[in-house]
Design a binder for this molecule. Sequence first.
Ligand SMILES: Cc1cc2nc3c(=O)[nH]c(=O)nc-3n(C[C@H](O)[C@H](O)[C@H](O)COP(=O)(O)O)c2cc1C
Length: 311
Amino acid sequence: MIGAINQILFGDTQIREYATVTVKDIIREKVYLKINETEYEVSQNQWLLCLNPAVFGVWLPGQNNIKHLQKARYSMFFTTVSASGKEKTIAALTLDFFENISDEAGVLVLLKVKAGRIHHLNLFSTRLLYNKYYKKPQTSFEQLKAFSSAYSYPRRVRIISFKEGDYYNIFPMDLLGEIKPGNKYVFGLRHTNTALAKIIQTGKIIVSEVPFEYKDTIYKLGSHHSSGAPPVEKLPFKVIESEQFGFYVPDWVNSYKEISIIKTINLGSHMLLWGQVQNECELKKSTGHLFHIHYLLYLYQKSKGVLYPAV
Ligand SMILES: Cc1cc2nc3c(=O)[nH]c(=O)nc-3n(C[C@H](O)[C@H](O)[C@H](O)COP(=O)(O)O)c2cc1C
């Protein structure tokens, strides 16, 4: 019965939180940040870094006027394309300045979500989906708006490696981003993650680019560490040792970066780690990355016939 109603209303019987896709050419979605009255396209320079509260990091190259940034008004706009290729704003957030990290190349502003508006579906259908599927003690309607806005831009999944003595961990992350000029990296890692304290203490982490074909393996790696990762020889794949840190990296990754953590900021449920890339190693050509999009974006794209390949 529920399946039939979903089929009529949403054209889909199985509603989920996120859809997993790959992107063959370019990401069609765009993200704009408005600072007071000035709008910047920040698509490749914005990352969700914390879930509770929802905090974005946005890299602003060449900016250094911190006083101006601290006092500014912020909003973010998430756009997608219709079948005719027309850009449409699908979500909008207002945000408050939270913190910043400055370096010689620019500023990472950390912005806390204040309120949101989403337009993937009409309000009735959105509310219905929320009440039926997304409403949990930890997910208010405001949070659904924040998350579905954030994941209205495809978020790439990567693999993290860490090792210290006999302890190691390998797990997936999508709250992370790369700042190419200056070779910086930013991560949002949940406080409950058992590797977090060790990563901060040793100041070392490895991030790998991974092919979407390993989705199932990647997801299985996501359920290790409350129970502890199995002995490395029991993993269902081979690992290599990284060049400088000697951490275990799955032998199927495309490339990896060895990173020194130089700063941390507590954002709430997640800790921000700010790192400098020390070494980079290319192993194989990419066949396509794994991305998360919010299911509301998926349903919108489905209704317009502009879906990314599902994986
Ligand atoms: C695809 C995927 C992406 C994830 N991204 C993050 C992330 O960005 N930050 C984070 O702290 N945990 C992330 N996680 C969860 C961690 O990988 C890890 O599984 C989690 O901390 C395990 O916790 P538990 O085993 O204690 O439940 C992700 C999990 C999956 C499956």
